[in-house]
Write a protein that binds this ligand. Structure first.
Ligand SMILES: Nc1nc2c(c(=O)[nH]1)N[C@H]1C(S)=C(S)[C@@H](COP(=O)(O)O)O[C@H]1N2
Ligand SMILES: [Mo]
Length: 232
């Protein structure tokens, strides 16, 4: 009998969750996007032409992708259905011809409307499974998950999948200030290699992070509730 493995094993140190909680570093729980109407994005840094695009998707083919999402604190949500454009299409068809990155361009820093930021080597960012997404599960992204635009980089820990994305800086080095302490930000953060952070091995970090999950989710939930009450 042939057995089909419908539930491939989770990456090292991860545990599955049935839900997809709003999540992040504590200071970001109470910060929200200022503008949710336009998929506007600014390209700056080591480029010949800095520019602001009114619509990052302009003319690019829309794609759907089902992928798992892995937070560095060890929770995984499987099979999320994203819709958006491939980051590689955006980079090659918009950023390269219009902003014209300088020859040494090798690293991208992603910045968000809430002040969060993280970076990825260009080689990782142009992997075909990296998306600029504006829809999740057949619906427009909400404030919980990154309206109006977020990065989705499924092979990397969740902190690389910047929500409320508003700026992309092109660099020739990986030197940027991450949202968290530097030891918490690995320049690549590949899930399969358990690159949770730098200097401290992922196998150790997983035990330090796991106890933080519950409280963080509660804090982000509470902040969301308060924001909804304010807006009513
Ligand atoms: N702008 C922004 N992007 C962010 C964060 C954040 O707080 N702000 N948190 C990161 C972390 S640690 C994770 S695990 C995911 C969580 O995505 P979700 O809130 O849509 O579940 O977003 C990432 N991107
Ligand atoms: Mo995370």
């Amino acid at each position: 009998m042939v057995s089909v493995d419908e539930n491939p094993p989770l990456p090292p140190g991860q545990r599955e969750r049935p839900d997809f909680p709003r999540f992040g570093l504590w200071p970001f729980a109470n910060r929200f996007p200022e503008q949710v109407e336009r998929r506007e994005i600014r390209i700056h840094g080591e480029v010949e032409e800095e520019l602001t695009l009114a619509d990052a998707f302009d003319g690019l083919p829309r794609v759907e992708q089902v992928s798992d999402f892995h937070c560095v604190t060890t929770w995984t949500r499987r099979s999320l259905r994203w819709s958006g454009v491939r980051f590689v299409d955006f980079y090659e068809q918009v950023v390269v011809p219009r902003a014209r990155p300088l020859s040494g361009a090798s690293f991208l820093v992603f910045r968000a409307q809430d002040g969060a930021r993280s970076g990825l080597p260009l080689v990782d960012a142009i992997s075909p499974d990296v998306l600029l997404a504006d829809r999740l599960g057949g619906e427009a992204l909400g404030v919980e998950h990154g309206v109006p635009l977020r990065l989705v980089a499924p092979a990397h820990y969740g902190y690389k999948s910047v929500k409320y994305l508003s700026r992309i800086e092109v660099r020739s080095d990986a030197d940027y200030r991450p949202s968290a302490f530097r030891f918490m930000d690995h320049p690549r953060a590949r899930v399969d290699l358990e690159e949770r952070g730098r200097w401290i091995p992922g196998r150790i970090l997983r035990h330090l992070y796991r106890p933080l999950v519950k409280g963080t989710i509660a804090r982000f939930d509470r902040a969301m509730e308060e924001a909804r009450r304010r807006d009513r």
